[in-house]
Design a protein around this ligand. Structure first.
Ligand SMILES: C[S@@+](CC[C@H](N)C(=O)[O-])C[C@H]1O[C@@H](n2cnc3c(N)ncnc32)[C@H](O)[C@@H]1O
Length: 280
């Protein structure tokens, strides 16, 4: 009889610190579906925004090991990569240092920030020191977010063109997440957002097998529905641009292409993606 795997629920940062060693290589289906969505939607955003500006400034919220930070930097964007897991950020720094394009690291600022603690923390100071050549506008934050609004009132930050946040939302309250995104984006700035779909979120949550203990480790996770996400986004001034994307493992042939971990999820909606714009 196969041994049953123990499940361990850890605080989110502790879980990701451990996951960092295998995050880029453990055959995660959600990352594969995410790559398809991001591969379709990200390049036009950087190119469109770049045409009137020499450089687009994008914040990668919950950047992890930099799956999208590197894509953004390769597209020529100036990137502020934000996360609070020491392990995940260490992998990102290693990847930047080892990349054959030595200029890549020059376009990326890595910031350690607990998004739940915003506006306290390092994100706003990092935005205020973006290089002067970037086309960000200096705007004093207005306290439009609902997280300790007073604390942002006197901070001059450079508001950014875009925010990318992939597979992070399940670890945060919706109010916290959209308050941060609204506080750092320019009017009409874009937010490319993905998350675990609520259909699969009702059965499972992000997690990995710890190669040291053999246990399944899961960070803290909240199952957000599309309706809840859009409702809270609207209260923070965001509007949907285009249709919401839902993706999953279509059939066994599709599962075979995605790898052995995909078979048990045939028929489930797994991945939710959307493009939002901040009113203004
Ligand atoms: C599933 S990973 C996604 C990483 C990357 N965006 C990607 O798609 O590969 C979730 C990331 O969110 C980060 N995260 C979760 N809660 C956070 C918080 N409160 N503050 C900062 N980062 C957080 C984790 O450390 C982790 O790197």
């Amino acid at each position: 009889m196969a041994a049953t795997r123990e499940e361990q629920r850890l605080p989110t940062m502790a879980a990701y610190d451990r996951w960092a060693a295998t995050y880029d290589s453990d055959g995660n289906i959600m990352q594969m579906l995410d790559d398809i969505f991001i591969g379709k939607h990200l390049p036009p955003l950087i190119q469109d925004a770049s045409s009137p500006h020499p450089q687009t400034v994008v914040v990668d919220l919950g950047c992890g090991t930099g799956r999208n930070t590197l894509k953004l930097a390769r597209l020529g964007a100036t990137v502020v990569a934000v996360d609070n897991s020491v392990g995940m950020v260490r992998r990102l720094r290693e990847k930047l240092a080892q990349d054959e394009d030595a200029t890549l690291a020059q376009r990326v600022t890595v910031v350690m920030q607990d998004l739940s603690a915003f506006p306290a923390g390092d994100l706003l100071p990092a935005l205020s020191t973006l290089p002067p050549h970037s086309e960000t506008s200096d705007v004093a934050t207005t306290g439009q977010n609902d997280v300790n609004a007073d604390a942002t009132a006197s901070t001059d930050i450079k508001k950014v063109d875009g925010v990318v946040s992939t597979l992070v939302l399940e670890h945060l309250s919706l109010k916290t997440f959209f308050a941060v995104a609204a506080a750092i984006l320019k009017p009409q700035g874009w937010l490319l957002l993905t998350n675990m779909h609520a259909d699969i979120g009702a059965c499972t949550s992000a997690g990995f097998v710890d190669p040291v203990t053999g246990n399944k480790v899961r960070p803290v996770s909240i199952n957000h529905t599309e309706e809840d996400i859009l409702s809270v986004a609207r209260t923070h001034g965001f509007a949907l641009d285009g249709a919401v994307s839902e993706d999953g493992v279509r059939d066994e042939a599709h599962a075979a292409k995605l790898g052995p971990r995909a078979l048990k999820w045939v028929g489930y909606k797994m991945h939710l993606g959307m493009l939002l714009r901040l009113d203004g």
